[in-house]
Design a protein around this ligand. Structure first.
Ligand SMILES: Cc1ncc(COP(=O)(O)O)c(C=O)c1O
Length: 425
């Protein structure tokens, strides 16, 4: 073959590759807000908001609560995971709708806050607290309407921590309800051996300041178990077998049934698998009620996203340029039309993904910013300064705490402002 032919072949091949690469970017993904995001934008404007704002769509929140209750079908008590809905009015709305006073709490300052402000609740710790944090709870707890002896279950994961709690109960003359954390397959700590559970139960029986209240066995790994390892069905069956075994061992040791105990299980990804056949007496879930993107799972297909970050566009630039390589801007937007425009938003770098208008993304080279972040989009997007951009949190627990009060959206308007948890001293 002649050299000329070789060259021509290389050029054609190279051009084909470039076109292929361009096409793999999916073409123009840009668009504008749907009618519902336009309505939300107008509501935020009417409310005089012009800063990063966490919005909860109350109708969707309550619809999610109804879905959850339908699945539980009266077969299990429902315990609201407070860390995933970290606002007192938000928790109250959910507790009222689902008719529960049970909460799962994960942070000592929030524990004190809830005991003070929602004294008619029944609390279970979702992770073991250092004994000093438990002591601090008692030192700061003032509200006599919340009786920690009756309404609070501490979570204990090991014999060593149990000894510390026993000592604390003795020192303070307290009665502490003790729930034992079980490792039912997640391997995040907790009791994994039957003998260790029996030893813990024996210690609790010997201590007048401790009382055994039940078990907690969390199972989110089930939803993520790959088919190669048997998939979620097999993992769920293994969890149930292990949980049942722990209960059998405890009942044998104690000589009584645990059917009235707090046998806590599940979380959002797995709660719908519980059909009344399992040994658990109550199920915990929180995130499913607002459905951040991490919870876009087949197992939560009937839940709807109910929480959004809304933030104003500060600057809208027709070309996205990266310092030092400005000349590549045209080439870049030819390769990927979704990088054509630059929108600098108020704030950014949250644990969140752009949601509306469609086709927005962060830039691989420009860098992230919590101050004013650049999002890119195609020429089809008509965002102007002061327009709203919407993102969906990937998780709720930390993200919700970053915006001040939650703006509550209902019936086309911002109708309420829900303060989020504060930490205090
Ligand atoms: C012990 C425990 N139970 C339940 C949950 C479920 O919470 P969510 O439904 O918000 O995922 C969690 C989440 O971390 C947890 O740690």
């Amino acid at each position: 073959m002649k050299r000329r032919h070789l060259l021509a072949g290389a050029v054609v091949g190279g051009a084909g590759l470039l076109w292929g690469w361009r096409a793999s970017n999916g073409g123009d993904r840009g668009g504008n807000h749907s009618a519902s995001f336009q309505a939300l934008s107008a509501a935020l404007d009417r409310a005089g908001l012009a800063r990063p704002t966490l919005v909860i769509d109350k109708q969707k929140l309550l619809a999610n609560a109804d879905v959850l209750k339908q699945h539980l079908a009266g077969k299990y008590h429902y315990r609201v995971v407070a860390k995933s809905l970290p606002s007192l009015p938000l928790l109250q709305a959910v507790m009222t709708r689902t008719h529960t006073r049970r909460l799962m709490v994960f942070h000592q300052p929030f524990l004190n806050l809830i005991a003070r402000e929602l004294p008619d609740t029944e609390l279970l710790l979702g992770k073991p607290m250092p004994v000093a944090a438990a002591a601090r709870f008692y030192e700061h707890h003032r509200n006599p309407e919340f009786d920690a002896r009756e309404q609070l279950q501490w979570l204990v994961d090991s014999g060593a921590r149990l000894q510390q709690y026993a000592e604390l109960a003795r020192q303070r003359g307290e009665l502490m309800q003790i729930n034992l954390e079980l490792d039912v397959g997640l391997h995040r700590g907790g009791f994994s051996e039957n003998d260790a559970v029996i030893a813990a139960l024996a210690l609790i029986e010997r201590e007048p300041g401790l009382q055994f209240s039940g078990f907690m066995g969390y199972d989110p790994h089930v939803a993520k178990t790959p088919g190669l390892l048997g998939g979620p069905d097999k993992a769920f069956a293994a969890v149930q077998q292990r949980y049942q075994e722990f209960v059998d061992v405890a009942e044998k040791h104690l000589g009584r049934s645990l059917s009235g105990a707090t046998l806590n299980a599940a979380g959002s990804p797995t709660y719908q698998r519980y059909d009344g056949q399992q040994v658990a007496t109550e199920l915990a879930a929180g995130s499913a009620l607002v459905k951040p993107t991490d919870f876009d799972l087949d197992s939560l297909a009937d839940h709807q996203p109910a929480a959004f970050i809304a933030t104003p566009v500060l600057k809208s630039l027709p070309v996205a340029q990266v310092p030092g390589i400005e000349k590549l801007a045209r080439l870049q937007s030819w390769f990927n039309p979704n990088t054509r425009q630059a929108f600098f938003i108020y704030g950014g770098y949250w644990k969140a993904l752009p949601e509306s208008p469609p086709g927005l993304s962060t830039h691989a080279l420009y860098g992230r910013s919590t101050n004013q972040e650049m999002l890119n989009g195609s020429a089809s997007i008509t965002l102007q300064p002061d327009d709203w951009v919407f993102l969906r949190p990937t998780q709720s627990e930390h993200v919700f705490l970053q915006f001040g009060d939650i703006a509550v959206y209902e019936g086309g308007d911002i109708v309420d402002s829900w303060p989020v948890f504060t930490q205090g001293a």
